[in-house]
Design a protein around this ligand. Structure first.
Ligand code: HEC
Length: 438
């Protein structure tokens, strides 16, 4: 195998080689072997599996890629997007298999698409076409325990290229509430590009339509949503805590559209059910220092360090910045001196933020120092940069900057022994419930 564009990547205690592009073994006909690749037999299954969550009517991508007639005009562009790994969007480094819900194409799938386009994008036999993929029309994870929605439908502003809004969802959690999952259901997939749900202070009040100017202060991320993201429920026994005295806030990025549309996005919470032992928490590594990015600076860098207060099992990471964001690296400095990269987002993209879930958890002893390395590009080369002549500082607005690094973990060996009522999400000690002795 030729190592094209390889660089070392440390993951858990294994040193693997990460290759930006691996030369496909079978050139020409690619993965389809001797049989020429056709749309119906070889390409349609790939599109169904990896593309149609977004490329279908009513979803976020500009065109549907369901039928041959829809796909054919895009064949060359598809080859390009796929070969350069621009589509599907995914921005963390690491080989396939390292992340859960990884949408990326395999080298074989890429070779198939390339071979198909190279041979003139033939349709093939209709009998080979797989049955159309279907999507649950309502909630992916099933009926939520609690649904909170924007108080009123919001009409995104058409005079803005991007309309970023912060909404307060008006329900105070008066008790600690334990949840296994969160699902964000966009009210209008055509209008919304991404959404983040935060835990915010109960005192915060939105206007009549829920909007709040200037963002949320002291917010904590609950979930980031981008189109095409796969929602998940924590396994039985693991849960997040929504602390008493909080509300949920939602930050939504509306994308431009020609039509007059409205959106009323909802968040569904799934309460834990029965005995829980592990609480999912995170080590926040955001900026405590001042962010001050000079105009035109292409590689502004900040490093934050935090120490794990207890033995931990790390499962996910997430990095949040605004429009000048460029990259993230999360490193672990173990007490024994070893240094490992937990994760990297080499090309951060504000529009495609997501929580990256590791397929294999990483055990981190107490005293390990997590290093959060963020870089920003305030030059004109950054296509999202609204104004490269500005000195950019910390702030809530998307034209200001932010550094939010999150390493999600649970405490090793933790046994909370709490019993959660699935109707309310509230917990009592399992002994009080009598369930420990069952
Ligand atoms: C997570 C959602 C998502 C997934 C999954 C996805 N796309 Fe896209 N795609 C988009 C969006 C949104 C655009 C519009 C441009 C943008 O916002 O980047 C786009 C644009 C494109 C374009 C047009 C680029 C241009 O010329 O402007 C092509 C071609 C494309 N996608 C192909 C694919 C293929 C092939 C797959 C699967 C292998 C795929 N996409 C998977 C969301 C997605």
């Amino acid at each position: 195998m030729r190592m094209a564009g390889c660089r070392p990547f440390m993951f858990a205690s294994v040193l693997t080689w990460l290759c930006a592009s691996v030369i496909p073994i079978a050139a020409g006909n690619g993965a389809a072997g001797k049989e020429p690749a056709t749309f119906t037999k070889h390409v349609a299954p790939i599109l169904q599996k990896k593309c149609q969550t977004c490329h279908r009517p009513g979803s976020v991508a500009p065109m549907a890629l369901l039928t041959y007639d829809q796909v054919k005009p895009w064949a060359k562009s598809i080859r390009e997007q796929v070969a350069e790994r621009k589509m599907p969007p995914f921005h963390a480094a690491g080989p396939l298999g390292h992340f859960l819900d990884d949408p990326r194409l395999t080298d074989e799938e890429i070779a198939t698409v390339k071979a198909w386009v190279a041979s003139g994008s033939p349709k093939g036999d209709l009998a080979d076409m797989p049955p159309p993929r279907t999507w649950p029309s309502d909630w992916e994870l099933g009926q939520p325990s609690l649904i909170l929605s924007l108080p009123k439908p919001y009409t995104p502003r058409k005079d803005l290229r991007d309309d970023y809004q912060n909404f307060v969802l008006d329900r105070v959690f008066t008790e600690d509430t334990w949840i296994r999952g969160v699902e964000i259901r966009p009210g209008n997939r055509k209008a919304i590009h991404h959404a983040n749900v935060f835990l915010i202070r109960a005192e915060l009040q939105g206007g009549p339509d829920g909007r709040i100017e200037g963002g949320f202060k002291e917010s904590q991320l609950l979930l980031g949503w981008v189109p095409g993201i796969i929602h998940w429920l924590e396994p039985e026994g693991r849960a997040y805590r929504i602390p008493k005295g909080t509300k949920l806030g939602m930050q939504i990025h509306y994308a431009p559209t020609d039509d007059e549309v409205t959106d009323q996005t909802s968040v569904g919470l799934y309460f834990a059910n029965g005995l829980i032992q592990k609480r999912v928490s995170y080590l926040w590594g955001g900026a405590r220092q001042r962010i001050e990015i000079p105009p035109g600076e292409a590689n502004y860098r900040l490093v934050e360090k935090r120490t794990f207060p207890e033995d931990a099992v790390v499962r996910y990471f997430y990095g949040h910045m605004h429009l000048r964001g460029k990259s993230w690296a999360f490193r672990l400095h173990y007490p024994d001196g070893r240094v490992e990269t937990l994760g990297e987002i080499p090309k951060y993209d504000f529009n495609w933020q997501r929580v990256y879930r590791l397929a294999q958890s990483v055990s981190v002893p107490k005293g390990t120092v997590a290093e959060y390395i963020a870089t920003w590009d305030n030059s004109a080369n950054n296509p999202y940069n609204p104004d490269p002549t500005q000195l950019v500082r910390n702030g809530q607005k998307t034209v200001d900057e932010m550094m939010g690094g999150y390493i999600f973990y649970e405490v090793a060996g933790e046994s909370l022994d709490l019993w959660v009522d699935s109707k309310t999400g509230r917990a009592v000690p399992a002994s009080a419930n009598g369930s420990l002795n069952r």
